[in-house]
Design a protein around this ligand. Structure first.
Ligand code: FEO
Length: 169
């Protein structure tokens, strides 16, 4: 496997693993703040990110590279508000999208069209994840400080969770 492509794929493994831990921290905070629907959504999202990481690990190894399993920085323990949770999530996903775009660039520069094709799944996934985070934030902005609205938001999230996240890929 091309060295630059392998390095970029390993950086992406680190990003996806960090995302999984980050969403796990958000799930835990939500659970401790009585937001059980949001917690369920974040636990599932954390599992999805782990799946994104695993998919990369297997791809690197299958193509003759060596996947590096990274150590992960500690995510935040506290968030000020639910809106702050989703703002953090969107900011994080924008960073992941930049990293995927960089990976696409490296694949094209190195003429690795197989990896380029593989990475397209992540390009589409990022579009969806950013759109979802933006729509959640829009709703939270409308709700403002209204506790009834917040209750409905949390309940809606509980019902929105895909019961089999790993089957979406
Ligand atoms: Fe797998 Fe949300 O990035």
């Amino acid at each position: 496997m091309n060295n630059r492509v392998e390095k970029a794929l390993n950086e992406q493994i680190h990003k996806e693993a960090s995302s999984s831990q980050y969403y796990l921290a958000m799930a835990s905070w939500s659970e401790n703040n009585g937001l059980n629907g949001t917690a369920k959504f974040m636990y599932t999202h954390s599992d999805e990110e782990r799946f994104h990481m695993l998919k990369l690990v297997k791809f690197v190894n299958e193509r003759g590279g060596k996947a590096v399993i990274p150590s992960i920085e500690k995510p935040p323990l506290e968030f000020s508000t639910l809106k702050n949770v989703f703002e953090s999530l969107l900011k994080h996903e924008i960073g992941v999208t930049e990293s995927i775009n960089n990976l696409v660039d490296v694949c094209l520069q190195e003429k690795d069209y197989t990896t380029h094709n593989f990475v397209q799944w992540y390009v589409a996934e990022q579009l969806e994840e950013e759109a979802l985070a933006r729509s959640m934030l829009d709703k939270l902005k409308l709700i403002g400080a209204d506790s009834g609205g917040m209750y409905m938001f949390d309940r809606d999230l509980e019902n929105a969770v895909n019961p089999e996240p790993n089957k979406t890929a």
